[in-house]
Design a binder for this molecule. Sequence first.
Ligand code: FAD
Length: 347
Amino acid sequence: MKIAIIGAGIGGLTAAYQLKGEVVVFEKSRGFGGRAATRWYERPGGRIYVDHGAQYLKTENEIMRRLMLQELSTADLSDIGRPVWTFDADHVIREGDPEHNAAPKWSYRHGVSTLGKLLADSGHFEVRLRTRVGKLQLRAEGNYALYDTENALLGEYAQVLIAIPSGQAAELIAASELPQTEKIALQAALQAATYRRCLSITLGYERAVAPRPFYALLNSDKRDPLAWLGYEHAKIGHVLPGQSVLVAQMGESYSLDHWETPNEALVNEVAAHVSKLLGERLTDFDWADVQRWRYSQPNTLAEPSQLNGVLRGLWFVGDYLIGGRVHLAAESGARVAAAIREAWLNG
Ligand SMILES: Cc1cc2nc3c(=O)[nH]c(=O)nc-3n(C[C@H](O)[C@H](O)[C@H](O)COP(=O)(O)OP(=O)(O)OC[C@H]3O[C@@H](n4cnc5c(N)ncnc54)[C@H](O)[C@@H]3O)c2cc1C
């Protein structure tokens, strides 16, 4: 049975890993892992790795424990160890939730995107990078033909898993040739899910910033422009010795209001805000970067039963079906893989 998976995020890759066999994953970008994303920078003295989407990985569910701790290499895996503390809009910093902090917070030496690479390197399936799927066409015999955005045929598949954020999935369904009633039902179900935007700002220092007892700060009352501040140099192997990198992820309304702000103005404003929060001069960064996440994490979810099962052989995977976390996206992929296997066993 030929299976196509659209999207090499952790949801799509987990499904591919579980299904094995004649599986092809199509990915529009140059890399694996989707929003479990790492960017690297060549700096004097060596390379720096920055997780600029998901900040760390959790092994809170069975599928992530099995993948990360048992089946894939653990050679470059490390627990950040230090806790997450909180701050409020008045900039009062408090120790975080001890229960939450007791659980390991994982990253890899070369960033969280390593999980995607390890899954893709497993040899269980094929991946075609730099291939954006633009259209599906349901053929008379029940297979799906996949086309890229230039309308070139990518192949015919008995099962197709759409493992991309709901907004992009809705665009793909709109462009596809599918029975009209089901197409409208799928579009309506996808529109129920909404995502928030997030501006993720990286600030690099060729010096050590003040040591802190925490790895990151989380805005507890959601009233501050800053949602999250991570100390990337707390992760083993990410930052050169004696240097520092801060990752500032901005809240929803700040991100919306500043979406079009030019990078230079944005990084200066965010560095000034972080300086104020910490009572430390951090406006003298040596380098900076900005990532604009149109789909960062879902605010509202879609109902899986209104998507999976609507058209035979067409499946949906992703965090918008289950919750905006990497381990939940993996679980969504594992659930669909199990459903496909069960349907196949039952003929
Ligand atoms: C700023 C930010 C902070 C976050 N913080 C955390 C955190 O600390 N902890 C945590 O667990 N989670 C966090 N998350 C959420 C987590 O990253 C996501 O929930 C999870 O990675 C989603 O995985 P996915 O497989 O569903 O989708 P994605 O990772 O979005 O994967 C979809 C893939 O499909 C590709 N694609 C899209 N359209 C097409 C197409 N037409 N053809 C081919 N390929 C296509 C994309 O390029 C992408 O690689 C964060 C996310 C962001 C952005």
